[in-house]
Design a protein around this ligand. Structure first.
Ligand SMILES: [Zn+2]
Length: 365
């Protein structure tokens, strides 16, 4: 009888372990598959909204325009909604929206959306509004382009494709998705007196980092769209909203302060792009580091690099070489010390890192 009991006891314990093993395996599998979904809405812009009075019951309004809205789950549904039999029938603008929709299920986007699942996005869902202006008449394209500018607002992405290439529009999906994971205080975003921003414009560290982060993500998915600044651009005293005015300066101009590189979105994206391609698993290391500082309102490119140096000391030499090169070797020892205080000694030990000569500096390498 005792033997009998021991036998059943052992079976019971084995079953318990088996149950726990299965439970934790399933939980881990679910954890690793966590992702954010993209919920697409095709928006056919049909008219300008009336100045007053009600709008027709079957239409919605956005920024002074009326549109029909259709939920989309497959490319076949999108083609039907665009009133096209095949891809060849699409207007240039629709081709961009179609390419963006298909890019949403690419491996890079899947990876990005799985990281996004750590960002408390409501319902783990991002709504993507594909604005199609093929069917509206009597409105200038430049006005449509300005009015319906692509953007991310919270967990909503607005995409349009007016006078852009299809690839540019698809890359904007990566750009705007990257904005949705950035928990920056929008009051810190400063586009200057003209309220515009450009790849090579010197703005603020926060603005440059926010846009540079998003641009890096679009370059990562479509490297052929990468444009690296060869000069920096400054708003002049007379620049104003609607009347932008700039002065250009070369990267080695003495009036260009080393810190200005950190205030330029094209330099931020360039540094991240090079790190992603030149250190092993660079994209994942950058994304994981970004998630650690996404809630920090004072973050800039040096904050991200400091996290990378903390987390991946084996890559510090390469990262510092990239930083020195992409800031045109303008950072002195003192400036390196100020930007990377906890790593300065280590960096200093690695000979020549902060003494990369201008002659070694090559754009786009
Ligand atoms: Zn942006």
């Amino acid at each position: 009888m005792k033997k009998f009991n021991t036998f059943f006891c052992s079976i019971f314990i084995v079953l318990q372990f088996l149950f726990l093993f299965i439970y934790f395996s399933v939980s881990l599998a679910e954890e690793s598959q966590k992702t954010v979904d993209l919920a697409y809405e095709y928006c056919r812009i049909v008219d300008v909204a009336p100045a007053s009075g009600p709008i027709p019951a079957n239409l919605l309004s956005y920024k002074g325009y009326l549109y029909e809205s259709i939920r989309i789950q497959s490319s076949a549904e999108l083609l039907r909604a665009m009133r096209a039999g095949s891809e060849e029938d699409l207007s240039d603008e629709q081709k961009g929206l179609f390419k963006a929709f298909n890019h949403g299920s690419s491996d890079n986007m899947k990876k990005r959306l799985s990281y996004a699942s750590e960002c408390n996005i409501p319902d783990n869902s991002i709504s993507v509004y594909l604005l199609d202006t093929t069917f509206i008449q009597g409105v200038e394209r430049s006005k449509l382009r300005n009015d319906l500018w692509p953007m991310a607002i919270g967990n909503k992405i607005i995409l349009s494709c007016i006078d852009r290439s299809p690839t540019d529009t698809a890359s904007l999906l990566a750009h705007e998705t990257s904005h949705t994971v950035d928990n920056i205080n929008l009051n810190l975003i400063d586009y200057g007196k003209d309220k515009r921003h450009h790849l090579n414009e010197v703005s603020t560290k926060s603005t440059a980092f926010s846009e540079g982060w998003a641009i890096f993500n679009q370059y990562y998915d479509f490297p052929s769209t990468a444009m690296l600044p060869s000069k920096l651009m400054y708003e002049t005293a007379s620049s104003a909203f609607g009347h932008p005015d700039y002065v250009m300066r070369s990267l080695t101009d003495s009036e260009v302060a080393p810190e200005d590189f950190l205030k330029t979105e094209g330099v931020v994206s360039e540094i991240l792009f090079h790190i992603a391609h030149q250190i092993p698993d660079g994209f994942d290391k950058i994304f994981k580091s970004f998630l650690k500082i996404r809630n920090d309102n004072s973050k800039d490119i040096t904050s991200l690099i400091n996290v990378l140096l903390d987390s991946y000391p084996e890559d510090s030499k390469k990262i510092m070489e990239i930083f020195a090169r992409d800031t045109a070797s303008r950072f002195s020892s003192e400036e390196f010390k100020k930007s990377f205080p906890n790593h300065f000694k280590d960096i200093h030990k690695k000979k020549s890192l902060i003494k990369i000569k201008h002659s070694l500096f090559r754009r786009g390498s």
